[in-house]
Write a protein that binds this ligand. Sequence first.
Ligand code: UTP
Length: 292
Amino acid sequence: MKIKKGVIPAAGLGTRFLPATKAQPKVMLPVLDTPALQYVVEEAVRSGITDILIITGRGQRSIEDHFDRSIELEAFLEAKGKFDELKQIREIAEMASIHYVRQKEALGLGHAVSVAEAFVSGEPFAVLLGDDLIHGSVPLLADMLRVHEKYGRSVVAALEVSREEIAMYGCIEPEWVEENLARIVSIIEKPAPGEAPSTLAAIGRYVFTPEIFDAIRETQPGRGGEIQLTDAINQLAQEQAVYANRFDRGRFDVGNLFDYLKATVELALEREDVGPAFRAYLGEVAARKKLL
Ligand code: UTP
């Protein structure tokens, strides 16, 4: 059975991106003229997900408004003859069937996923983190869904990072079964670089069997007092096979300022409207700042 349900946790506090995230959800930060979360919803839809649950937190009404109809704005654009813009904002409201549930307290990513239990009603489902952007040319989630169809088990996206960077991620101890597919022997949250069993990091795309909810229930608060999804995945991996699907490009963590800048520059260079002028500008800046 094809997976149709996707969960997007977006309730984190975004402390690495203050002050922008003080009164605005991190996932609504624009990358060019589009909120990060819209790229993620578009990716889910492209991968065959039709039913999406967004986990929101306090003060995140703008998320619901963004994916809803805006009758006033539509009437205004129509009256002004701005039909391209009108089509664009209508399409946002029609992309998928989107539902919302509140995570009442930011108790960690594992806890955020657990509030989706009623929505997924015992079926396998996808999870996409709202602040992790995957470039449109990389069919990561679609590949992971294929792995799930083949093995019937949970799948975690994985990326090779440096020894220093692994301390910021869930670190996977892999047992390779195909060129880019490993069975997860264990996974630990943010290990010290010296203790990391590998440099293979878990990234914000997952396909889960419903047994993940039992694993989350058994998970005690871990690092930072949060219920860590990584700990629950580790628990699940001891009970049934969990796979790591390795990919190697096109990922931006837009909750991190440097990655946010990279996403902005790379996507701007690819845009037909601003791309050529932006390319010329970057060349001029590089020469002026003596970068080249
Ligand atoms: P992060 O680790 O980026 O945490 O969460 P954060 O709180 O959003 O940001 P920082 O680290 O303080 O800057 C990873 C993903 O998990 C979601 C976030 O919204 C993000 O998509 N999340 C995290 C929740 O939905 N709830 C939580 O309690 C924690």
